[in-house]
Ligand binder design. Structure first.
Ligand code: PMP
Length: 392
């Protein structure tokens, strides 16, 4: 039989820069390829597999649900969807839930929600920040500055503006009565594990009180326990009106969420917004397991193992100051800022049996499953140290 990788090269759009491996199976934080190689997974399906791979409780939940029904559409009331929505409302400071299939779709919905809420108030502008990532659809791309993702694909949405991240003067210059919403990742993922500064957030809060715009937290990557708190924004003293989630919440199944405060509950009337698959019964059954496990102690694990990893990465910075210039992030969303192209380190780590990823050129992004064990973190640190020592 022809090699799978060769077939992929012939029949698929070549949009992805893939690892040169075909995955055979995965369990917990371990992945095995078709050639019998074993890897520790420090990418977790791009910050998705919160409970690791093939978690027995997720398998049980989706198997049980699959035997009842998998898809019936949103013309019907469905238990897994309603119970998950209720759980999210109970667990968080938000009151209304809309389910989607992906992060981008949650962002599109959030943009529509902003527009409909703000139109009569003559508030027309949505502001977002450099380095942010919100998805590959038009609305999401319109609030991003990444040229490579947008090149020759315009025109984009009007009434959007991207200003410099962490620049307080830019906030003051651009936010005014016309501002409908500000969209922010409280820990940028694709942008290279970058947090807003406390001062930046406090000025944002001051301006929010003054101009009454909607604050949208894109928690698609930094939410669902990844920073050690359920939401990334909880590391700051501010309350968003809308939150978008995806990735971790589905535990490996495609699921996105828009959460909103009660004041937005009537913005959408019947038929104003919808989706065929969003809130799919299997995805919601998996989502419930993720939330239950987070409550049962996974978030403590994030703090503990994440704290250990961060302290070891800091040692790495002292040991290899010419290679590692900074350690960033929180919980199990960490970034190692390198003085060279991170893809070189990603390749070296792959050879050593570690799957990792480069973000924003020179940053090694570390986003393992939230259930990563301390022993696994130790192996990572040893292999990372060996890889860096060879690069000295
Ligand atoms: N927002 C953030 C912060 C993300 O990290 C991503 C995905 N990397 C998205 C939105 C888009 O999500 P999706 O790929 O599920 O559409």
């Amino acid at each position: 039989m022809e090699n799978l990788i060769d077939i992929e090269h012939k029949v698929m759009f070549q949009t992805y820069k893939r690892f040169p491996i075909v995955i055979k199976k995965a369990e917990g934080s371990t992945i095995w390829d078709n050639e019998g190689n074993e890897y520790l997974d420090f990418l977790a399906g791009i910050a998705v597999n919160a409970l690791g791979h093939t978690h027995p409780k997720i398998i049980e939940a989706i198997t049980n649900q699959a035997k009842k029904y998998m898809h019936v559409s949103n013309y019907f009331y469905q238990e897994p969807q309603i119970l998950l929505a209720e759980k999210l409302v109970v667990m968080t400071s938000f009151d209304r839930v809309f389910f989607t299939n992906s992060g981008s779709e949650a962002m599109e919905g959030a943009i529509k929600l902003i527009r409909r809420y703000s139109q009569d108030k003559q508030k027309t502008e949505i502001i977002a920040f450099s380095g942010g990532f919100h998805g590959r659809t038009y609305g999401a791309l319109s609030i991003m500055d990444k040229p490579h993702y947008k090149d020759k694909m315009g025109p984009f949405l009007e009434g959007t503006k991207i200003i410099e991240h962490n620049n307080i003067a830019a906030l003051r210059d651009n936010i005014n009565d016309k501002t409908a919403a500000v969209v922010l990742e409280f820990l940028q993922g694709e942008g290279g594990i970058v947090e807003p500064t406390t001062e930046f957030v406090s000025v944002l809060k001051e301006l929010k009180d003054k101009y009454d715009f909607l604050l949208v937290a894109d928690e698609i990557q930094c939410g669902v326990g990844r920073t050690g708190k359920f939401f990334g924004f909880e590391n700051f003293n501010i309350q968003p009106d809308i939150v978008t989630m995806a990735k971790g919440i589905g535990g490996g199944l495609p699921l996105g969420v828009i959460l909103a405060k009660e004041k937005l509950k009537d913005v959408w009337q019947k038929g104003n917004h919808g989706t065929t698959y969003g809130g799919n019964a299997l995805a919601c059954a998996a989502g419930m397991v993720v939330l239950n496990e987070l409550e049962a102690g996974v978030m403590n694990n994030v703090e503990e193992v994440g704290g250990y990893l961060k302290s070891k990465l800091q040692e790495m910075k002292l040991k290899y100051p010419n290679l590692v210039t900074e350690v960033r992030g929180r919980g199990l969303m960490l970034g190692l800022v390198l003085s060279f192209d991170a893809s070189i380190l990603v390749e070296a780590l792959l050879k050593a049996g570690i799957i990792s990823n480069a973000a924003s050129g020179n940053i090694l992004r570390i986003v393992p499953p939230l259930v990563l064990k301390k022993e696994e973190a130790e192996i990572f640190i040893i292999k990372l140290s060996i890889a860096l020592s060879k690069m000295q």
